[in-house]
Design a binder for this molecule. Structure first.
Ligand code: AMP
Length: 219
């Protein structure tokens, strides 16, 4: 199955994409994770992306597109994919469409996880990650046992630069301007499914699976 998870930062796309990829036996591809990995390895791609990521801005289309084209050529993508964080602009969506056309394929569904803006701000500014092992926490919904300390490895918990309040507001503005138009883009193609992302993780996952089941039975 070829899926795209669409939604604002903080909607839980990453969490849902991991679950879905497992449930639908396809590979989870997150452009944000690819950039963070490149950054950890200190590659030129990571260094180039860092400034944009820290400011909460989009990495230029050309850079993202080259990276994703390489990733989509890998063997494990043959059984389908669940894209998380790509496409984020109409230009990126056009590139993806052309690429799939070349291999005689199309996207099956785009799942839009819809969450109101005020909920997103609370979610994003409360996120913390372990600076050593990368484990994720949330000040309200999943706090660590000892404040500021990772349960898994004892490392210090930090706030990602792009989760600071000023940056969060900026990221949401950028999302609304560049990425939200993709909702209509895919609605027009008749492949958009909308899930209520203000629910808890398990309920969103259930809703998404139900939406997909219903579509597959109808087609
Ligand atoms: P994410 O983990 O999906 O929130 O991505 C983190 C950051 O990586 C974003 O705020 C952007 O700076 C960058 N990024 C990830 N995917 C894309 C994309 N498709 N287009 C442009 N920038 C991206």
């Amino acid at each position: 199955m070829r899926l795209v998870l669409l939604g604002p930062p903080g909607a839980g796309k990453g969490t849902q994409a991991v679950k879905l990829a497992e449930e639908k036996s396809c590979v989870h591809i997150s452009t944000g994770d690819l950039f963070r990995e490149a950054l950890r390895k200190g590659t030129p791609l990571g260094v180039e992306a860092k400034g944009y990521m820290d400011r909460g801005e989009l990495v230029p289309d050309k850079v993202v597109v080259n990276m994703i084209l390489e990733r989509l050529k890998e063997d494990d993508v043959k059984n389908g994919f669940c894209l998380d964080g790509f496409p984020r602009t109409i230009e990126q969506a056009d590139v993806l469409e052309k690429l799939l056309e070349e291999i005689d394929e199309t996207l099956d569904y785009v799942i839009y996880i819809n969450v109101p803006r005020d909920v997103l701000v609370k979610r994003l500014t409360g996120r913390r990650v372990c600076s050593d092992c990368g484990a994720g926490y949330h000040l309200i919904s999943s706090p660590s046992e000892k404040e500021g300390i990772c349960n898994e490895c004892g490392g210090a918990l930090v706030q990602r630069d792009d989760d600071k309040e000023e940056t969060v507001v900026h990221r949401l503005d950028i999302y609304e301007e560049n990425t939200e138009p993709l909702v209509e883009y895919y609605r027009k193609q008749g492949i958009l499914l909308v899930a209520d992302g203000a629910q808890d993780i398990e309920s969103v996952n259930k809703e998404v699976l139900n939406l997909l089941d219903k579509e597959e039975r109808a087609n």
